[in-house]
Design a protein around this ligand. Structure first.
Ligand SMILES: *[C@@H]1O[C@H](CO)[C@@H](O)[C@H](O)[C@H]1NC(C)=O
Ligand SMILES: *[C@@H]1O[C@H](CO)[C@@H](O)[C@H](O)[C@H]1NC(C)=O
Ligand SMILES: *[C@@H]1O[C@H](CO)[C@@H](O)[C@H](O)[C@H]1NC(C)=O
Ligand SMILES: *[C@@H]1O[C@H](CO)[C@@H](O)[C@H](O)[C@H]1NC(C)=O
Ligand SMILES: *[C@@H]1O[C@H](CO)[C@@H](O)[C@H](O)[C@H]1NC(C)=O
Ligand SMILES: *[C@@H]1O[C@H](CO)[C@@H](O)[C@H](O)[C@H]1NC(C)=O
Ligand SMILES: [Ca+2]
Length: 580
């Protein structure tokens, strides 16, 4: 007991630092002795009896698109805390690298969909770079519980505490506690610098932005395909369904899949390199007419029903054979045009051409032998549970839903969740002043979160942070600390089997560390081909607003192209408030 007390003081800890090892220090007694002290986060009480610690050796990870393969040792420390005055419990997990591998770094991680963590799958992404890494359960009753099952106290009664926890509070708390735990564990002095990073994609990307917009805990934030502008983003999942319903045509999946494949084929060369990758979806918008696809044949073999397993369950599909119809193209074109209300005012925008039509998937009704509406589950749950406040994960019907209904649902989402889930505050003054850096990336063929969503936010930040400056001067100023990269061919938070030759930025944390710790500001983003016959090949990605173009000698150049940039800009005139 005496020893544990002594260890609690910084001076003693520092002198012991060199003697630390997982064998000697990855245990409950030591973990308890290095818990964050009470003043680290006022309003929180750690349950010291909840602490667990166990060491793992020679753990190997491979095949992850967010970090390279590696083998490593780590200490798994978990504990619970509560908010004073609230009878709650929040669980946090931290992985700490072997002391000999520790590089004075901490990494926070986030979730995906309605989950606030990605299981333990994201934590190696920190360990392999000598960082302790953390995740939280958000107070949702266990690491695998999600936000939706915690959202209602009863029908029509929101559990606001959980909304704020999911919105930004839980990741913040996990970060502050994790940084203190890490410093104590490795015997760092109060004055020593612990570099702190965040990495996440999709909901995890939104969570990264939720932190950069409010706090200065991170030296570097890596935010992929953020699910921000939440009120728009979630309703947008239902837009494709309403296009089908409004136009009265439910395309067989094979027809839409062929439209996507043919779009890839037609637009691939526009970037100057015929490699199966549409690196310039903007040129595709400007120069490709989807109507030319009418009459192209499609042919798909029958598919058996699957009950889930690796992916979501899917119903059986008969063989599909035919030619792309005028109606099929009309549906695809209207989806790509994006949501406008019934007066023609724009409420949102869509995925880029060459993305697959995931939200538009129809379902085969074997009784009628027809393809029918198959409402997006993400969109349906958003409306039923989060807007209509009913304890159910699907919307019973889309009957009577119009483009105006969708626009109204976006308005309702803005009213309810502007200050917690929307996550588009473009004023990053505090983060920037503290020296923070941001790498923001988004697959150019993302089929779940429109790529233009990231462009819009980045441009909002530029305008708010650098008003009255010329575009060139503002871009140069912004790119010193916040860079956006559109990843050619990539899908949602990963490479894309339909465009396998596109490189994916797997080493983002290494790039960020080099930027923060060595002052090496990236000019292009390092990436690696992760699929297909070129697997392992390096590629570089151009920083927005420059765009890739391959010249006659087959070299990629990052060019500026006004007409293309304009295709990424939208006037959301369905709303009177500015939409950042
Ligand atoms: C870390 O510890 C927690 C609590 O004991 C446990 O739930 C979790 O599975 C552990 N992680 C690993 C990788 O063993
Ligand atoms: C919501 O429904 C689920 C079952 O579908 C049930 O377990 C849960 O207790 C319900 N929650 C509320 C707040 O009614
Ligand atoms: C689209 O292309 C992919 C990969 O090239 C292929 O697997 C798929 O069958 C194609 N879809 C259709 C409908 O032909
Ligand atoms: C809450 O709403 C769901 C969905 O509308 C319904 O199935 C359930 O019966 C309701 N629960 C109560 C207690 O009324
Ligand atoms: C860049 O990516 C290549 C693989 O494509 C990798 O070998 C290299 O280490 C990466 N650079 C950085 C800074 O991580
Ligand atoms: C192609 O680009 C490379 C790299 O910028 C440059 O060195 C070369 O001169 C260019 N070739 C042509 C034909 O423009
Ligand atoms: Ca190409």
């Amino acid at each position: 007991m005496r020893l544990i007390k002594l260890i609690g003081t910084q001076a003693v800890l520092a002198s012991l630092a060199n003697g630390l090892s997982l064998q000697n220090n990855c245990n409950k007694a030591y973990a308890k002795s290095v818990l964050p002290s009470d003043d680290v986060y006022p309003g929180i009480t750690i349950d010291t009896s909840s602490v667990t610690a166990s060491a793992f050796y020679k753990t190997s990870v491979s095949g992850d698109v967010m970090f390279p393969d590696a083998v490593f040792d780590y200490c798994n420390i978990t504990f619970a805390y509560s908010h004073n005055g609230r009878d709650d419990q929040v669980l946090v997990t931290y992985w700490l690298p072997a002391p000999s591998k520790f590089k004075k770094r901490f990494l926070s991680t986030g979730g995906g969909g309605l989950a606030i963590n990605s299981g333990q799958g994201s934590l190696p992404g920190g360990i392999i770079y000598g960082a302790a890494a953390g995740l939280t359960d958000g107070g949702f009753g266990g690491f695998s519980n999600t936000f939706d099952t915690n959202f209602l106290l009863a029908n029509d009664t929101i559990n606001w505490q959980q909304v704020y926890m999911f919105g930004y509070q839980a990741i913040h708390e996990m970060t502050v506690l994790g940084k203190a735990l890490t410093k104590n564990f490795f015997g760092m002095t109060a004055k020593e610098k612990l570099y702190s990073y965040y990495q996440g994609c999709s909901e995890g990307g939104r969570e990264g932005w939720s932190q950069a917009q409010r706090y200065t805990e991170f030296d570097g934030v890596i935010a992929g395909a953020p699910a921000f502008r939440y009120a728009h983003q979630q309703v947008n999942h239902l837009y494709s369904n309403i296009v089908e319903q409004t136009l009265g045509y439910y395309p067989p999946p094979c027809e839409l899949s062929t439209i996507a494949n043919e779009t890839i084929k037609a637009c691939d060369p526009l970037d100057g390199k015929t490699d199966g990758v549409v690196s310039r979806t903007d040129l595709c918008k400007l120069h490709f007419d989807i109507n030319t696809l009418v009459g192209t044949t499609y042919n798909c073999a029958a598919v058996k029903a699957s009950t889930g397993g690796m992916g979501p369950p899917s119903s059986a599909q008969p063989a599909q054979k035919g030619t792309i119809s005028a109606n099929g193209v009309k549906v695809a074109a209207k989806i790509l045009d994006g949501l406008r209300d019934l007066d023609g005012r724009r409420a949102y925008f869509s995925y880029q051409p060459a993305a697959t039509f995931d939200d538009a998937q129809t379902k085969y009704d074997s009784t009628s032998g027809k393809w029918i509406l198959n409402p997006s589950s993400l969109g349906g749950e958003w409306v039923e549970r989060f807007l209509l406040l009913q304890n159910a994960s699907t919307l019973p019907t889309l009957d009577g839903v119009t483009y105006d209904t969708l626009t109204g649902w976006i308005e309702l989402g803005l009213q309810l969740y502007y200050d917690n889930l929307q996550t588009t505050n473009p004023d990053l003054t505090t983060f920037q002043a503290a020296g923070g850096k941001i790498l923001h990336y988004h697959g150019e063929s993302d089929s779940s979160i429109p790529t233009a969503s990231s462009v819009r936010y980045r441009e909002s930040v530029r305008e708010i942070m650098y008003p009255g400056m010329s575009d060139d001067a503002a871009n140069a100023a912004l790119n010193k600390w916040y860079q956006l990269y559109l990843v050619p061919g990539a899908g949602h938070c990963g490479p894309n089997t339909l465009q396998p030759n596109g490189p994916f930025p797997q080493t983002n944390l290494a790039v960020m560390i080099d930027w923060v710790e060595n002052g090496n500001t990236p000019t292009t983003l390092n990436a690696t081909v992760l699929l297909g016959s070129n697997k392992g090949k390096n590629g570089q990605i151009c920083a927005w607003p420059s765009r890739p173009l391959w010249n006659k000698s087959g070299k990629m150049e990052c060019v500026s192209d006004e007409a293309s940039i304009k295709t990424w800009q939208y006037d959301l005139d369905a709303f009177k408030l500015p939409i950042y």
